[in-house]
Design a protein around this ligand. Sequence first.
Ligand code: PLP
Length: 464
Amino acid sequence: MAAGGLDQQTQSMAEQQLIDRHRAVMPNWIALYYSDPIEIVHGHGRRVTDSNGKTYLDFFAGILTNAIGYDVPEISDAVRKQLDSGILHTSTLYLIRSQIELAERIAELSGIPDAKVFLCNSGTEANETALMLATQYRRSNQVLAMRNSYHGRAFATVGVTGNRGWSASSLSPVKVSYVHGGYKYRSPFGGMSDADYIKACTEDLREVIQTTTSGDVAAMIVEPIQGVGGFCVPPDGLYGAFAEVLAEYGILFISDEVQTGWGRTGDTFWGISAHGVVPDMMTFAKGLGNGLAIGGVVARGDVMDSLGANSISTFGGNPVATVGAKAVLDYVADHDLQANAAKQGARLKAGLQAVADRHPIVGDLRGKGLMIGIELVEPGGVPVASSLGDGAVPMVRSASSAHPPSVALATKVLEETRERGLLVGKGGMHNNVIRLAPPMTLTDDEVDEALAILEAAIAAAEGN
Ligand SMILES: Cc1ncc(COP(=O)(O)O)c(C=O)c1O
């Protein structure tokens, strides 16, 4: 055997060992992508390299977290300078200049009047905090959440997660009522016009409040675009209409911007702004640190200050994470990455629309900016539109019966893209949605490269 062959064999044995060690020591409920999971060992720009030396264009960015990309000097230098000071951590017992500066920036960007900011380490912690604040402020344990939502992995956040695949427990500190609206494609109201859909979902919200709560609900929490749920985009204005109903009851409105914040959706800096409403609280994490662990809540000052006891996050807003996050926000603003997300997102979506037109296994193509979902369905489904108004009695029919979801095809596309050098995500209520969320620094050439790979991968999956 040639020396190269031997090296390759040794390498793949070492990898198999790492997979076995992962499976032996890590929980079963942490899923790995790919039949042959990869270890990413190097990154630059929008590309990563695995331990076999294979390079990929990264269109999932560590689950939307490497928002700017890899090996960005402006961010690395800021973090390095902090490391060189010898201070990685001091605690919130002492003033942390970068924490205060970051909080000031986020408060201003939020548009929330008299905003205050609490910094922690993850999206889960951020949402737990928002729910704690809302329930204390309103002295109520009732919360409204969306079907098909995902808000985190701890008790209250699993409690407001409306997706069986991510709800390991029914135990919850909050009493939750679920509302229609986030996922139009498979909604019972899915065949309606956007205006009628908003009306139907708003009536549902009102009915849920009247029939399943005692009226004094603490808060409603929504993702402007459902992330884990498969990049589902409700019609613009839905949450504005919801907010009017909530205001009648004094119910607080929380926007979970963990995936949609910092300009990723292109048209607006926060996902919720597309709905013409400024929420009482927003939660954030992921992209803010470009890989550094940071999350937080920005809230109306009176809501933020409503806790009647001490509370801290030991690591939350630590000097390393906050200098990094400040460098990320500078980079987003200096390079107008929101505009780039809008521009490249539109190019990507237009290219994908042409692909979808050629491949009927694409049941739904949706998204905004650089959050694009491709929902894969069994071939041979009935177009939903054809079930509308084609006879004397117009029917409202959802995609669930006309277009059965195909997990197998989504899994195949995931493997085929990887084979061709593109990393993408997968998700959705039925786990049949390919999720595209590249770093916001994406270029024209990279969009074209990804489109060619995606078309080839979809064609290969369809051919089976
Ligand atoms: C919308 C949303 N909220 C909250 C979370 C939880 O964030 P974390 O995994 O940082 O705890 C996620 C994670 O994917 C998310 O997508």
